[in-house]
Design a protein around this ligand. Structure first.
Ligand code: DMJ
Length: 579
């Protein structure tokens, strides 16, 4: 008999690997199958249109400017839009090529992958006088290299192993060593900015974001596991723990902080810019490394988000000290949240928010960067759409979890919009203003790393069959390896997944639902019959199924509002209003 924790893992892995089941009603229908294939081919074309134009007009520089068919060496400016003066001899870091590596494997183009690996092995250097943003360089460059190294050494990918001699790992290690200089602060919280050649510069800003400190553990942890050098994981973990210790009594964090003093600068936060991947990495670190402490942190953080930020399907921002709402805004970056909710099993909540994001997408044809929820209108200045992947990402996760063909229709709408509004002869251009569809001369590297990848996986998930990956916040896959885990290696073997008896159960089960309301999920499992859908991660059922009670302690937590129910004078649990 597996322990409850073991069961948790079995179910989580089943959820992630529902890819294996291939039980979609739509797949059985030849018309749907043909449509999926057509859509997959359309996305493949999009990727190559973006990639080939980058290779022709911008490589080895960082990113393509598709309108003028020129390039930008943007690694030194990611994270804020300030242009840094780059040294004369800096010819870019082939950022978009690094970001394309895992996508090439997902699309099955091993030949181009190998060509790219070879080029990077021979030409990439980090000994350059460039001021980089640690967070961006970590998720894009370190993550891209580490993921590609793991793909290159995975024999099931049928890559020509002979030509690969761990060159990408050597490069990743060189970069990781440079990163370590950023962590040299009294708090262990890393500087946001670092010069790759000279380390942290004099008078460097000490302000950084929550994501900047809390979204390093996947890439740096993987680097440590691969090299045997614990310094990368320790530095990332120390920063994460310090950040977590700065949470308020409500388990909320702010958005920006000072790395020297460990004090908050911006107390308001939400699930969007500056914070998003902090939540994502707590849970994904739990998947990748299996440590209970990640689970505990994530669980408290998630419940606090649902309690203080959630307003029906929307998420506003709130003050970490009081939980009082501050800004009522939907931001494009928040659209990753339903995808994360799928991983934790909060499918109903994920579906609800996803629909709202898609509603806004449909309203403008793409997702505006910021939308004012209190006025149901665009933010006056942040009207742009820089080809972001988040809605496609969540759509992919929701389709994997539910196999509901509606999500493929959403994917189709996204693909059509991208082709209609953003495709130009020289690639795909960002949108400056979603109302006029005026374009901007920038094809961000995440379009290759994420947007195209998630859309492709939505229509063709062959890459995921028989595998178990966790995707970084930049969409780079890292395999879940038993050797990296603290426990339960047997649960990674698909044939051991005997716990869920029906595909329906597998889709609905989750780590979170088991942790929070085990009775609900387990009883539905034992009855073998579909059972209840997970409503919310904070849901705690009342002690008695008929909701009768004699004391408040016998009442649970409401799934929608996350408020604790109390026992009425008549002896029933409910959200009673006491005047
Ligand atoms: C990407 O770099 C990553 O997805 C990151 O987590 C957020 N910003 C962009 C995409 O919008």
């Amino acid at each position: 008999m597996l322990s409850r924790k073991s069961q948790t893992w079995v179910l989580l892995l089943l959820l992630i690997s529902s890819f294996l089941l291939h039980i979609s009603t739509s797949d059985a229908d030849p018309l749907w199958a043909a449509k999926r294939k057509r859509m997959r081919d359309k996305v493949r074309k999009m990727f190559y249109h973006a990639y080939d134009n980058y290779m022709t007009h911008a490589f080895p520089h960082d990113e393509l400017k598709p309108l003028t068919k020129t390039f930008t060496d943007s690694l030194g400016e990611l994270g804020n839009l300030k242009l840094e003066r780059l040294s004369q001899d800096y010819n870019g870091s082939a950022l978009s090529l690094i970001e394309s590596l895992s996508s090439l494997v997902v699309l099955g183009n091993n030949t181009e992958f190998e060509r790219a690996v070879l080029w990077l092995s021979e030409n990439l250097t980090f000994d350059v006088d460039v001021r980089i943003n640690l967070f961006e360089c970590n998720i894009r460059v370190l993550g891209g290299l580490v993921s590609a190294h793991l793909l290159a050494t995975d024999s099931t990918n049928r890559l020509v192993q002979g030509t690969y001699k761990n060159q990408l790992l050597t490069l990743a290690e060189e970069l990781g060593q440079r990163f370590l200089l950023a962590f040299n602060t009294p708090t262990g919280l890393p500087y946001a900015w670092l010069n790759l050649k000279y380390g942290v510069m004099e008078n460097e800003t000490t302000e950084t974001s929550t994501s900047g400190c809390g979204s390093l553990i996947l890439e740096m942890g993987a680097l440590s596991r691969l090299t045997g050098d614990p310094r990368y994981e320790s530095a990332a973990l120390r920063a994460l723990n310090k950040l977590w210790s700065m949470r308020s009594s409500l388990n909320l964090l702010g958005t920006t902080l000072d790395v020297m003093t460990g004090e908050w600068i911006e107390y308001s936060s939400g699930i969007g810019a500056g914070v998003d991947s902090f939540y994502e990495y707590l849970f994904k670190a739990h998947i990748l490394f299996g440590k209970d402490e990640f689970w505990r942190m994530f669980h408290s953080a998630y419940v606090a988000v649902q309690k203080y930020f959630r307003h029906g399907p929307w998420y506003h921002e709130a003050d970490m000290r009081t939980g009082k709402p501050t800004y009522w805004q939907l931001t494009s970056l928040q659209a990753f949240w339903p995808g994360l909710q799928v991983l934790v099993g909060d499918i109903a909540a994920a579906n609800l928010s996803h629909r709202e994001f898609f509603y806004v997408w449909e309203k403008y044809g793409v997702l505006p960067e910021r939308y004012l929820l209190d006025h149901l209108m665009l933010h006056p200045t942040e009207k742009y759409y820089p080809l972001r992947p988040e809605l496609a990402e969540s759509t992919f996760y929701l389709y994997q979890a539910t196999k509901d063909p509606w999500y493929m229709e959403v994917g189709e709408a996204i693909v059509n919009s991208l082709n209609l509004y953003t495709k130009v002869e020289g690639g795909f251009a960002s949108i400056r203003d979603v109302t006029t569809k005026q374009l901007e001369d920038h094809q961000h590297s995440f379009f290759l790393a994420e947007t195209c990848k998630y859309l492709y996986l939505l229509f063709d998930d062959t890459f995921l069959v028989d595998r178990n990956y966790v995707f970084t916040t930049e969409g780079h896959p890292l395999p879940v390896l038993s050797a990296w885990h603290e426990r339960l290696p047997e649960t990674y073997i698909p044939t051991n997944w005997t716990f869920a008896k029906t595909p329906k159960q597998a889709r609905r089960a989750s780590a979170m639902s088991l942790q929070v309301c085990p009775a609900t999920t387990l009883s539905s499992g034992e009855n073998g019959g579909g059972g209840q859908q997970v409503e919310s991660a904070c849901h705690i059922p009342d002690a008695r199924i008929d909701h009768k009670c004699s004391a408040d302690e016998q009442c649970g937590v409401d799934s929608t509002t996350c408020r604790r129910r109390s026992c009425s004078i008549a002896g029933y649990c409910g959200l009673w209003l006491f005047i």
